[in-house]
Write a protein that binds this ligand. Sequence first.
Ligand SMILES: C[S@@+](CC[C@H](N)C(=O)[O-])C[C@H]1O[C@@H](n2cnc3c(N)ncnc32)[C@H](O)[C@@H]1O
Ligand SMILES: [Zn+2]
Length: 313
Amino acid sequence: MKEILLNVLCCPACAGDLRLKILASAEGEVKEGELACSSCGKVYKITNFIPRFVETDKYVGNFSFEWLFYRKTQLDSHNRSADSLKEFISKTGFSPADLKGRLILDVGCGTGRFMEIAGSEGGETVGVDLSFAVETAVENMRGRKNAHVVQADVFNLPFRPGVFDFIYSLGVLHHSADTKGAFDRLPSLLRTGGDISIWVYSNESRYEKVRNAFTDFYRFFTCRMPVRLLWWLCHISIPLYYLKKLRKFGAFLEMILPTCVHPNKDEMVLGTFDWYSPRYQYKHTYAEVENWFHAAGLKTRRLGVSVSVTGHK
Ligand SMILES: C[S@@+](CC[C@H](N)C(=O)[O-])C[C@H]1O[C@@H](n2cnc3c(N)ncnc32)[C@H](O)[C@@H]1O
Ligand SMILES: [Zn+2]
């Protein structure tokens, strides 16, 4: 943890100031230490460079497994691709140059693949995640002066109100027990004039509704399985990828048995595991999501990839 992060942190229990005690430093950062609340006295640990505001990864053990296994699979810097960059722009409406000099919060940062994009032109990024994906994110962000990683729950975030210029959360909020409730925690962290972008799974089209009904049926079993067993089962996506190239039959098969159809085999298994493993996975419509933004007093803009909405405070 970089000491400068203290400027945005506060106690998640009472919003009090946190006092830093350094137990070990490395690479100019706090490697081990404690953050003690000056109001309520609660103490939060810093281990492996990461301030920890949760004791466990609660209901996201699947994501701890996923992101500790596929550490770099989706990183543009690793793949020498622009896949995550294109995804970021299409789901937020912002390019890295727009974010220069802004303080940015990535809610549910996973491996940090979008942090490296948001920060690539001078944005200062804070990534927060409930799972042990934070171990991967901190490793992937190592050496970047403008990146910070925190382990915390979106329902109990340790940030001061009104500090962020831009907040984004891509593919995250629908994995909590209450998507709207999770969203509602975010607007107060945004300064007036700031922007917030979210992308959640879609239930817009008739095709998606049928596909989602099949998914939910399978998920009743798959999200209760041991993660390693499910991971092995997800290799079925590799032969299915070729079958799904058949025009009409492929589309039908995808509707009744959705699997990831990315051409890269690791991505296929990762994407399929990501679809079937989470404890919670809700789907939403534009109208529903826009209502959440409007109720929080935000002006909205729809982005092309459903369902992605950007709001302005
Ligand atoms: C599908 S992954 C997406 C990661 C990243 N946004 C990306 O697109 O690569 C969902 C992430 O949300 C995180 N997450 C789920 N519930 C959360 C919560 N209550 N608080 C913080 N993070 C959460 C998971 O741990 C996981 O890393
Ligand atoms: Zn406190």
